[in-house]
Design a protein. Structure first.
Length: 255
């Protein structure tokens, strides 16, 4: 594994891990909301499987997350981050580039689509507007901070970063997704993977949106539902890994 540093357009340093393999293809992985390049070990596990199948893998921390430079997180800034990482992969000479995004990372991948992206795999995908009652997620003092400062601070118990600052715009970004506008430009084959655990309301709502999304994606695109899985896929990583790995082997292998 090679530790790398990429500088985005805002001169922020993004820290990543480049896992080497034998092909000219690379999978860039985009983590979820307030997480990091390991995604509590799940991205490490996926990356290992993809490397065994012959792909280079690049995981990285969005700005304001993990080991990357401080920044208030927002969709616009994360899109800029991922574009910088894609440019880095191109500059390193990789012939084929694929994206893997989880949760918020899936939205960022879709927004970063360009013709040199061969394919995508998106788990717990965010493909249309979602309304969250933030009072259920954040304490009153955090929401007061948001009102007074335009951001709120989240304390992290695990990982390299102790605090994450969430920009007020980030909380609005979830509600300001327009599915047709988001998906119409995406021309590559996309695999979307969801769970359907009856107790995970968020994942069920995301699944509904992805079911509608399929009409807007390429004919080769596919939606897979893992029975009983939650948004985190913790008890179903073997199934998730096989679905994603098989997809990349189909669409990313060199001819």
């Amino acid at each position: 594994m090679e530790r790398i540093v990429i500088v985005n357009s805002r001169k922020k340093k993004l820290v990543g891990h480049l896992y080497p393999s034998s092909s000219g293809s690379i999978i860039i992985m985009a983590h979820g909301f307030t997480s990091d390049k390991s995604l509590n070990g799940r991205f490490d596990r996926l990356a290992s499987a993809f490397v065994r199948s012959g792909f280079h893998v690049l995981t990285f921390d969005f700005s304001g997350c993990g080991e990357s430079d401080d920044e208030r997180i927002s969709v616009e800034r994360e899109v800029d981050d991922l574009q910088a990482v894609i440019d880095y992969a191109k500059a390193r000479g990789f012939e084929k580039i694929a994206l893997y995004g989880h949760s918020l990372g899936s939205l960022i991948c879709l927004k970063c689509y360009r013709p040199d992206i061969v394919t995508m795999v998106l788990s717990g995908a965010l493909t249309d507007a979602m309304h969250y009652n933030w009072e259920e997620y954040f304490r009153p003092e955090q929401l007061q901070e948001l009102h007074e400062r335009g951001y709120l601070t989240v304390e992290k118990e695990t990982g390299p970063r102790k605090q994450i600052r969430i920009d007020q715009q980030m909380l609005l970004d979830f509600e300001q997704i327009h599915q047709q506008e988001l998906l119409k430009p995406v021309r590559c084959p996309v695999l979307i993977i969801h769970g359907n655990h009856p107790g995970d309301e968020e994942e069920l709502l995301l699944l509904e949106r992805s079911q509608r999304a399929m009409a807007l994606l390429s004919p080769e695109s596919k939606l897979e539902v893992i029975e009983g899985a939650t948004h985190r896929f913790l008890e179903h990583m073997d199934v998730l890994t096989k679905l994603a790995d098989d997809w990349f082997c189909t669409y990313l292998k060199s001819e």
